[in-house]
Design a protein around this ligand. Structure first.
Ligand code: HEM
Length: 540
């Protein structure tokens, strides 16, 4: 059977502003602005990469190369050139023109953008115990005007930390991961079955060898939502059925709407737009309202379920010893107020539907499978399996292999194109003084493609991430797709496992071929099961 990716609208489209953004409708935490003037080109050569350490000539913040002094003028240029949809390219061009650090002032946003690991190290080392990120103001304003609490994504300081410590226990720590893996596994298996049925039903060709051209995006969106709901609420919402509920479809629409309206609001004075009732703001707020009511309905349901076990000892145990999902765990433990649970669960939902699987399929289907990189993936997987004969049946090998493939994908096609911090003390980057509280953005897309950071950057070589292999050995601060340190992506383990399980089951269920528009037949992943190394997850 073969599945062809049509590569149409969905495969590499918009993604989550912060949790995840694919480049095409990219939004990031940076305030990208206009491409530097032509005359600035070539300054990079003149400037070179400044050596650190010569503190005697530390220059002031104002001397950092910039893309134009006036925020509103820059915003106009930015708008005219369509950089909202091309931020990643804009950043790449600007680094090429201005060197490894530049300032940008667009509309209401000011940032310093960097790409070199030495500067990134300096930035993260100065983040302190309470790492601080720039607040996504339109999201925060929505919470304020609706009097909702904020979740970890929108908080800073001790408030952030106290919520985050509790959430880590439920979604990031290995004990939690073990609890939710079976739920993700079940969804990944069902997704493959659903796909298989679809190909048999709608595909062309002989029975058993049918092929179908699909835009994977809507199905993957459903997969991601089904998976995250199963983990968060401990229940399936039936998105793989032929008639998914209106409520779920509304939710998907709301997430898309919220993401689409965020980028312009980041740069515009959204308070003013709110005041005059501009439709951009209304659409944004309505989308968030729908997202909140989706979470609300789930929380009510979970609350009723847990209440019905009241007086029967531990509620989770009473629920048949079944894992009640992250929400159930949080409610049962009672360490967070109901409002904070709602705020955080809503953020996890919004982050969870839009990132992982779409990201990996963007990378795999749209890019690598079309070009020279698929042999690299195959070679790499096969070489790794050959080398690890003794343990090759172990799930962990498969997971490691998948992980480095994803690292390769994320380097060239990061889901979120920046990670930012506001340092708590003044720092020196490229010998410029950057004052505490400045938003400094690490620009992942240009970094992944920079020959100052990676040898032969455009070559897809997952092997470069594993130590001891020939070629370049990767050292610190180059793999930041999920951010860094205490503030890194809280949903990281959910996303990684979701992606790995999907890849494993797709390879296992003999969806052997992906056909691109050019009608080239290429294997999606090597037939791991034919070689024996990759047993179904649950039996390993
Ligand atoms: C491929 C998938 C994903 C990618 C690449 C990704 C990336 C990121 C990045 C770069 C950050 C900022 C980290 C930092 O500042 O150091 C982040 C934060 C966050 N992500 Fe993800 N994410 C993914 C999936 C998810 C999922 C599945 C969820 C929810 C289940 C999620 C929820 C969050 C939340 C709530 C934060 C804010 C954490 C905090 O501020 O403490 N993400 N993500």
């Amino acid at each position: 059977m073969s599945v062809r990716a049509s590569g149409s609208q969905g495969a590499c489209r918009s993604r989550n502003p912060f949790f995840g953004v694919t480049p095409e409708r990219a939004l990031c935490m940076t305030a990208a602005g206009t491409v530097a003037d032509e005359k600035l080109k070539g300054r990079k050569e003149a400037q070179g990469v400044r050596k650190r350490g010569a503190r005697a000539w530390v220059q002031s913040f104002e001397e950092i190369p910039h893309t134009g002094k006036y925020g509103w003028v820059n915003l106009m240029k930015f708008w005219r050139q369509g950089y909202f949809r091309q931020l990643h390219k804009h950043m790449e061009g600007t680094f090429n023109a201005l060197g490894p650090i530049y300032r940008e002032h667009v509309g209401t946003q000011k940032t310093v953008n960097i790409i070199l690991p030495s500067d990134i190290a300096e930035l993260f080392q100065s983040e302190g115990r309470l790492p601080q990120r720039m607040t996504l103001k339109p999201w925060a304003t929505h919470r304020e005007i609706r009097q909702h609490s904020k979740g970890i994504f929108l908080k800073n300081g001790e408030e952030w930390r106290s919520d985050r410590v509790l959430l880590n226990k439920e979604v990031l720590m290995s004990s939690a991961v073990q609890r939710f893996i079976p739920l993700l596994d079940e969804v990944a298996r069902d997704f493959c079955k659903m796909l298989q049925k679809k190909v048999e039903r709608e595909g062309i060709g002989q029975k058993g060898k049918r092929s179908l051209t699909v835009d994977p995006s809507p199905d993957l969106f459903r997969f991601a939502l089904e998976a995250i709901c199963n983990v968060l609420y401990g229940e399936r919402i039936g998105l793989f059925s032929s008639s998914p509920s209106l409520e779920s479809q509304k939710f998907i629409w709301a997430v898309e709407q919220m993401l689409a309206t965020t980028p312009p609001l980041l740069y515009l004075p959204h308070q003013l737009l709110l005041h005059i009732g501009a439709s951009l703001w209304t659409q944004h707020a309505t989308a968030w309202d729908n997202i909140f009511s989706h979470a609300d309905a789930r929380i009510q349901k979970c609350y009723r379920r847990l209440s019905s076990f009241q007086g029967q000892g531990s509620k989770a145990e009473a629920a048949g010893g079944q894992y009640p999902g992250v929400l159930g765990q949080l409610m049962e433990k009672g360490q967070l107020s109901l409002d904070l649970i709602k705020a955080n669960i809503t953020e996890l939902m919004a982050g969870g539907v839009d990132t992982s699987v779409t990201a990996i399929m963007c990378s795999c289907v749209r890019t690598y499978l079309k070009r020279e990189s698929i042999p690299s993936i195959q070679d790499f997987l096969l070489r790794t399996y050959e080398k690890s004969k003794v343990t090759y049946r172990k799930h962990c090998v498969c997971v490691c292999v998948c992980s480095v493939v994803f690292l390769g994908c994320f380097r060239l096609y990061p889901v979120g194109i920046t990670v930012n911090r506001m340092p708590v003390k003044d720092i020196i980057l490229q010998n410029y003084r950057v004052p505490a509280g400045t938003t400094v953005s690490v620009c992942l897309y240009p970094m992944g493609r920079s020959s100052d950071v990676f040898d032969d950057p455009m070559r897809f070589d997952p092997g470069r991430w594993s130590s001891g292999k020939g070629g370049q050995r990767i050292s610190g601060f180059r793999s930041l797709a999920f951010g860094f340190g205490a503030r890194q992506c809280v949903g990281r383990r959910i996303a990684e496992n979701e992606m790995q399980l999907l890849l494993m089951h797709v390879s296992d269920s003999r969806h052997e071929k992906v056909e691109t528009r050019r009608r080239m037949l290429i294997p999606i992943v090597p037939q791991l099961t034919d070689k024996g190394p990759c047993p179904p997850h649950s039996s390993s």
